[in-house]
Design a protein around this ligand. Structure first.
Ligand SMILES: CC(C)(COP(=O)(O)OP(=O)(O)OC[C@H]1O[C@@H](n2cnc3c(N)ncnc32)[C@H](O)[C@@H]1OP(=O)(O)O)[C@@H](O)C(=O)NCCC(=O)NCCS
Length: 137
């Protein structure tokens, strides 16, 4: 299935998307989400079944020297009522297919501990530990 099987999030479907996204990003406001979507550097798509948003994914396609052209998934959530029905799997397969067609090297993501088993089933593996620190001293 092509990427078009997932609807691009824009002004018209932003509210039902946010409703599902908030199951993962509880404090995200409509103002902040709208501003991120409008900047356009970070793309959101939704899986719609029977006119209902069942899942949301937020990702960027970028190129770095070490990783080459790759996709980074920042957010993936399937609405609680629809979990365990294969929709998460479907979203990842659509993105993987898009990456393969466009010759992207890898899909990277930072998993929530509770979702690691899900990603492992879809052939994701651990890579070098990511470190972080607060910028503010
Ligand atoms: C993780 C999530 C996206 C999975 O979506 P889903 O639609 O429920 O998953 P699927 O039904 O496509 O499951 C695919 C397979 O992964 C398994 N699976 C699903 N969630 C799992 C989990 N948390 N841990 C281990 N395995 C999991 C399923 O049993 C299924 O296995 P099978 O193919 O052997 O039957 C969804 O549970 C979710 O939105 N969780 C809350 C938000 C979250 O944690 N997002 C990830 C942030 S990094």
């Amino acid at each position: 299935m092509s990427l078009e099987a997932l609807q691009l999030v824009s002004g018209t479907n932003i509210e039902p998307t946010l409703e599902v996204l908030k199951e993962l990003r509880k404090d995200l406001s409509l103002e902040k989400f709208s501003a991120i979507v409008q900047r356009g550097e970070y793309e959101f798509r939704v899986l719609v079944v029977d006119s209902e948003v069942v899942g949301v994914v937020g990702y960027r396609i970028m190129e770095t020297i070490t990783r080459g052209a790759h996709m980074h998934i920042h957010d993936l959530v399937v609405s609680g009522r629809f979990r365990g029905l294969g929709y998460g799997n479907q979203i990842i397969k659509i993105l993987s297919n898009h990456c393969e067609i466009n010759k992207l090297s890898w899909i990277f993501l930072d998993s929530a501990p509770s979702a690691i088993g899900f990603y492992e089933k879809l052939s994701f593996e651990n890579h070098t530990a990511t470190l972080m620190r607060l910028c503010k001293k």
